[in-house]
Design a protein around this ligand. Structure first.
Ligand code: SF4
Length: 414
């Protein structure tokens, strides 16, 4: 009796196994209905740009600086691309959900540990893909609890990410480029020029690596694209990365309301960001007249304050949201009460809030930080004009906090 039960169990198990194998290799036509259901389920509520699916070999050419990569980085694939890859191999579309959940929800990097996939699929994935990792090169911890990480990319380039603990959550400051072409005079990253754009995989990879670094009880829920680079100068990769970061089914499940993308003022790209995503916009303003702004931020010569504020007025702001204007206060340059009053007037037609950031001096910088009284007086003018105006203290002042400072250390460039 015991033997028969055991034989029966083994027979049943081998039938189940054969069924599973057949399921994986069943011709794709049988899955038409389930794929349609899957696509309907994943239809985004926000209109997205049409996805121009690259052939897998094209993804190699998108990697910077001619790096030869034997395998595709799976982080370059969104669900739609993965479904197509599976369909080309007559595999069911629901496998894409399973794979993405392993990658983004369980944080798994090893295909062989994805136990709800058959061994054949796991082997196929391992043959074609790897999961791009960023090498954690250096970590510095500030007295205020913020942690700055230097991350090395596959071509040896360095970027930075800063993890900032808040009251009940953590915020990550994310980089979008290696270096930056904008040349803002107050910024150390700008002084080094642009090396290259980050890929979608490298942007998503930064966040993926940092999720586990957040302190227990302070989960990483907020992202600010205010690290190295001008995010809107790398718009396609940014929008691709944002779709994975905000994918609520099998992505990293960040709320668009908790993601802020900052720009120095790339006017045409601002509209595209507003149309294709639901994230928050921050504009780095820093002056109230074109002469001063052009001196601080060369991009102002191409898109002066009038054009920038017109783009802000036209920006498709979701209901209840405001554009954040960042204003770095620099002693004797843009911190007078006249400028505070002019700022209040300039922003009047826009749903705005203002972050005042006293300048954080870095080696070689020509600017000075204003004293506390000047900062408070500037803030008072804005508060009296009924703006939300918050003084943001630069975090990690004791740990090479200026943007680009850590990445540039030990090397001439990034
Ligand atoms: S402030 Fe931002 S946009 Fe300006 S140079 Fe630095 S990284 Fe680039």
């Amino acid at each position: 009796m015991v033997c028969q039960l055991f034989v029966g169990y083994r027979r049943e198990r081998s039938v189940r196994k054969a069924n599973r194998r057949r399921n994986d290799l069943r011709p794709k036509v049988l899955y038409k209905r389930s794929r349609r259901a899957f696509q309907a389920k994943s239809t985004p509520t926000v209109e997205k740009k049409p996805l121009n699916l690259p052939a897998p070999q094209d993804l190699n050419t998108r990697l910077p600086m001619g790096i030869e990569r034997k395998k595709q980085d799976l982080l370059e694939y969104d669900r739609k691309m993965l479904v197509q890859w599976l369909a080309d191999r007559s595999l069911a579309s629901y496998r894409a959900d399973q794979i993405m959940k392993w990658i983004y929800i369980h944080g798994e990097n090893d295909f062989h540990r994805m136990t709800d996939l058959s061994k054949a699929i796991r082997a196929m994935l391992a043959d074609h893909f790897d999961v791009g990792r960023l090498h954690l090169d250096r970590e510095m911890v500030s007295e205020d609890g913020s942690r700055k990480y230097r991350l090395q990319l596959s071509d040896g380039a360095m970027i930075e990410a800063v993890l900032m603990p808040e009251r009940n959550h953590s915020t990550l400051c994310v980089s979008s480029q290696v270096g930056c072409a904008m040349g803002c005079r107050f910024c150390m990253t700008g002084a080094g020029g642009l090396v290259r754009n980050l890929t979608r995989a490298e942007i998503v990879g930064q966040v993926r690596e940092m999720i586990s670094k957040a302190d227990a009880g302070l989960p990483l829920t907020n992202l600010v694209f205010m690290g190295m680079g001008e995010p809107l100068a790398n718009l396609n990769a940014m929008i691709d990365a944002l779709s994975t970061l905000t994918d609520n089914d099998c992505g990293l499940k960040f709320s668009g309301q908790r993601i802020t993308v900052s720009t120095a003022g790339l006017v045409p790209q601002m509209a595209a960001l507003g149309q294709q995503t639901r994230v928050n916009l921050a504009v780095s303003l820093n002056a109230t007249d074109n002469d001063t702004r052009s001196r601080l931020m060369p991009i102002n010569r191409k898109y002066p304050i009038e054009a920038l504020l017109a783009a802000c007025r036209d920006y498709p702001l979701p209901k209840g949201r405001r554009i954040t204007f960042e204003y770095i206060l620099i002693a004797g340059v843009n911190d007078s009460l006249t400028e505070a009053r002019r700022l209040a007037k300039l922003l009047r037609p826009i749903r705005a809030k203002i972050n005042l950031i006293p300048f954080n001096p870095h080696p070689g910088s020509e600017f000075r930080r204003p004293d506390e009284a000047a900062v408070l007086a500037f803030q008072k003018v804005l508060l009296d004009s009924h703006y939300t105006a918050i003084i943001r203290r630069s975090k990690g002042q004791d740990i090479a906090a200026a943007c680009g400072q850590l990445a540039a250390e030990d090397s001439n460039r990034f």
